[in-house]
Design a protein around this ligand. Sequence first.
Ligand code: 5MM
Length: 338
Amino acid sequence: MNLKTLHDTALAMVASGKGILAADESTGTIKKRFDSIGIENTWAHRRAYRDMLFTTPDFEKYTSGVILFEETLFDKALDETPIPKLLAAKGVIPGIKVDSGAKPLAGGAADETVTEGLDGLRERLEKYKAAGARFAKWRAVISISDDSPSDYAIHVNAHALARYAALCQEADIVPIVEPEVLMDGDNDIEACEEVTDVVLAAVFSELYAQRVALEGIVLKPNMVVSGARCSEQAGVAEVAERTLRVLRRHVPSAVPGIAFLSGGQSDELATAHLDAMNKAGNLPWKLTFSYGRALQAAALKAWGGKHVDAGKAAHQHRAKMNSLAAVGKWEKALEKVA
Ligand code: 5MM
């Protein structure tokens, strides 16, 4: 393990005013996205869509790295340049999703899962590295309901995240550690804070136990928000305050940066929350974005399968807004200007 390489890559992933584009939708997930705009989920459409995202004007100004699905890592852009080469030429770091998805947890509650993909990971990492990947991503999913999460589900997911992270670092690949507490329940924000608190405690305990160097990771957590089906929705200031409180409790300052997932928040709220946290200032780590839906939703709709320039314009705008939020300089009025 080369700690300097890992640390330098992690710092570059959270460079000021830049964030990470999560474009690693598995084939099933991208189908859901394409279904929403009436586009068939073919390789040609996936390639054209992702080419549109990666060739957006000023992409490299706002984007430090891209999380790719395996198909895209080994694919070529429309001009036949290998995708990792296209990204690297712009100074954008190619990354790869290496988990094979959240699967039902044996003996757990109905909504509990454990993320799989450790078998053969060491060998796959070598293959991904040879293709140009410098960081990886693994997403653990924790739900909140009357029956969940159990300590069991939290423990097995934290354990797997740490096993993945240790294997990545052995290969000099920076692990994005993503424990996602889902925001789709009817729970209030208090419950989200409590669950996020115990999940982060378990994750950092396992990272320590499994000798993961915190200087060479990027954390990708959920924000502390009200469940989407909760009748009372917390405001931006409360989300920022609770999220920072729980992160300060559990994330050592050795971690170079935290890149949030958007989790189903609206585009503008995901930006506003990030901005509010950065405006609070005096933080021990960089705070930026690693959004999937909140970066792509507008671009996907504007593109609609054929309007490439409109898709790029929508993506450029969203990336710029999040770039400003990553340094606490976003203003709501800027949305209207666009
Ligand atoms: C882009 O979607 C990623 C892959 O999802 P699947 O494994 O379900 O296909 C996903 O892990 C994503 O990176 C995170 O959920 C963050 O995305 P959001 O949309 O929550 O910002």
